[in-house]
Design a protein around this ligand. Structure first.
Ligand SMILES: *[C@@H]1O[C@H](CO)[C@@H](O)[C@H](O)[C@H]1NC(C)=O
Ligand SMILES: *[C@@H]1O[C@H](CO)[C@@H](O)[C@H](O)[C@H]1NC(C)=O
Ligand SMILES: *[C@@H]1O[C@H](CO)[C@@H](O)[C@H](O)[C@H]1NC(C)=O
Ligand SMILES: *[C@@H]1O[C@H](CO)[C@@H](O)[C@H](O)[C@H]1NC(C)=O
Ligand SMILES: *[C@@H]1O[C@H](CO)[C@@H](O)[C@H](O)[C@H]1NC(C)=O
Ligand SMILES: *[C@@H]1O[C@H](CO)[C@@H](O)[C@H](O)[C@H]1NC(C)=O
Ligand SMILES: [Zn+2]
Length: 509
């Protein structure tokens, strides 16, 4: 038994001396003391604190749980015997192909995962589709601009002097491996990540180039529509029924030079979503989280927020709010601009990236501001565990963390996800949603890869279906949807969940 002992405090001058008695008193002599039982009590208490473990299961869910735990433990046991077989702790780029053959991964793929709440749409479509479909369309050109390969649609390149454009057709004629080369411009995935990207700076440099390569190409209006549709398709094919997409107003263009304004952009975006929903009626919907580069001037930031406020009034069910993006070490910290941001809190919700850093007492302080500004969720919150007071405040305000384990590893905040700082907070019941951040950059589709890493590397060997169910439920409960929409989404999700449970019981004996 652990006894609470009042801590004596003595004041000597201005120095406060606190005697902490780390006394744990056991009822040593009596027969009622049973070491194993005390130990089990601790384990049980910890188990109940971990997110999801207080969920009550149906009989069928219990059966499915046993199956899932068996599969999980088989994979873990192989890892305990020989650590180099354990996939979720390795660099994702090295483990990806093997993960795809893992039984646990293939179960996770089948799970109805609810929503994907942290996806940047410019990196939301697989490189395969971009290469095989989009870059094989007519009128696409490429050119090297200061070391970045740019893609763009043009009616006639002769009049565009911004770059020395050449048709992709011609690149392909000259080099039969052009598509392989192009693929490398679109993803971070490499065979030797630690050699190619020795530092976070080097991986971020490549990461930014990817966005730059695609941007103009995706701004071509007919491609934008195909792109967003495909993005939803890829999520849906991974059993995701809802998403909140981060991005910016893109100046969509036509070949004849027409450019659409931000209001038209929103309409085109919404129409594409509606078209998808019509074809897939159990897809619940999309919300837009406007993402502003944190390096903008205050003037430009203000302009964008004013515009967004107007667009929120026009499209209240589509625009959720906004975020500031870009590496947190660059540009404004939230504290610098908290007064400005507060002015917009009446109309717009905040979804700040905060604490996506390894520093302490520096960029991680964005988390304090994100919580004080009532951010609806926190993107990454990687440094949150260094701030117990903020953690408590965030929990009181029911703010959840968007946990992106693969992103955190690839962008070099951590090498082994078993050491992820969010584990300790999940162990105390802090709510998280599992997110993919920039799936195309990691060469993934959907949420299953991040779910796999989170489940295998960041939960205990005894945590099974309850945690998985909680991940899915959180992605609806912590979404930007209104309460009635959440209820409707949970009902749709529950139906697929039952089917999933039945499937597991039937197919994994
Ligand atoms: C202590 O508790 C464990 C688990 O309940 C039980 O198996 C064991 O027999 C107990 N030991 C004694 C000495 O009572
Ligand atoms: C451990 O697993 C790795 C990877 O599968 C394998 O190459 C190695 O031979 C194994 N080591 C032992 C001692 O079995
Ligand atoms: C690209 O995808 C769209 C939408 O799925 C499809 O209609 C079109 O035929 C595809 N084009 C190519 C070249 O594959
Ligand atoms: C390109 O410029 C020439 C000369 O100014 C003009 O005649 C032609 O129409 C332009 N082509 C396009 C596609 O804008
Ligand atoms: C601010 O916006 C203006 C006008 O759109 C643009 O020319 C300028 O480059 C922007 N500055 C920054 C730092 O974003
Ligand atoms: C955050 O919420 C608190 C408590 O509801 C409120 O007093 C405060 O004004 C809010 N801050 C902002 C920036 O909205
Ligand atoms: Zn992000």
């Amino acid at each position: 038994m652990i006894v609470d002992i009042p801590v004596p405090v003595f004041r000597i001058g201005s120095i406060i001396v606190i005697f902490v008695q780390l006394t744990v008193s056991y009822t040593m002599s009596s027969e009622s003391y049973n070491y194993t039982e005390e130990r089990n009590k601790i384990l049980q208490e910890e188990r109940m604190k971990f997110i999801g473990n207080d969920l009550i299961l149906t009989d069928n869910e219990m059966k499915a749980n046993e199956i899932i735990l068996k599969v999980k433990k088989t994979e873990l046991n192989e890892g305990y015997d020989n650590e180099s077989t354990f996939l979720a702790s390795q660099h994702f780029f090295k483990a990806k192909n093997k993960i795809e053959r893992s039984e646990m991964f293939n179960i996770i793929k089948k799970i109805p995962k609810g929503g994907s709440l942290h996806t940047h749409y410019l990196s939301g479509v697989s490189a395969d589709f971009i290469i095989n479909n989009i870059t094989h369309r007519k009128n696409i050109y490429g050119c090297d601009l200061n070391g970045v390969f740019k893609l763009r649609f043009l009616e006639d390149a002769t009049n565009d002097t911004t770059c020395n454009w050449k048709k992709l057709e011609d690149y392909r004629k000259e080099n039969s491996n052009f598509d392989d080369w192009l693929r490398k411009q679109l993803i971070l995935d490499v065979e030797n990540p630690y050699e190619e990207y020795p530092t976070a700076d080097s991986v971020w440099a490549k990461f930014k180039k990817i966005f730059s390569t695609q941007y103009d190409m995706v701004c071509y209006k007919p491609v934008f529509e195909i792109f967003i549709y495909q993005l939803l398709n890829e999520l849906y094919s991974d059993n995701v029924i809802y998403t909140e997409l981060r991005g910016t107003f893109m100046p969509l263009y036509e070949l004849n030079g027409k450019i659409y304004n931000s209001k038209e952009f929103m309409k085109i975006f919404i129409n594409t979503v509606e078209r998808f929903k019509k074809n897939f009626p159990d897809f619940v919907g999309v919300r837009y989280i406007h993402s502003i580069y944190r390096g903008l001037t205050i003037e430009n930031l203000t302009l964008q927020l004013d515009e967004l406020t107007k667009l929120k009034k026009l499209f209240p069910n589509f625009v959720a709010g906004f975020d500031l993006i870009g590496r947190e070490e660059e540009g404004h910290c939230l504290f610098e601009i908290h007064q400005l941001l507060s002015k917009y809190s009446e109309n717009l919700k905040f979804y700040f990236h905060a604490g996506e850093t390894n520093w302490f007492g520096h960029t991680d302080l964005n988390i304090i501001d994100a919580v004080l500004l009532n951010s609806s969720r926190i993107g990454h919150g990687f440094g949150l565990n260094k701030h117990p007071v903020v953690t408590r405040l965030a929990k009181d305000k029911n703010i959840c963390v968007e946990l992106c384990p693969i992103s955190n590893q690839v962008l070099m905040l951590i090498s082994d996800p078993r050491n992820h700082p969010m584990i300790g907070l999940m162990a105390e019941g802090f709510p998280v949603v599992i997110c993919n951040d920039d799936p195309s950059a990691w060469g993934t589709i959907g949420l299953s890869y991040d779910w796999y890493v989170a489940f295998m590397a960041m939960t205990s060997e005894n945590d099974g279906i309850r945690v998985l169910k909680q991940f899915a439920l959180n992605s609806i409960l912590y979404s930007a949807m209104e309460d009635e929409e959440k209820e409707a989404a949970v009902r749709i999700w529950e139906k697929s969940w039952q089917e999933f449970i039945d499937y597991i019981i039937l197919h994994h004996k």
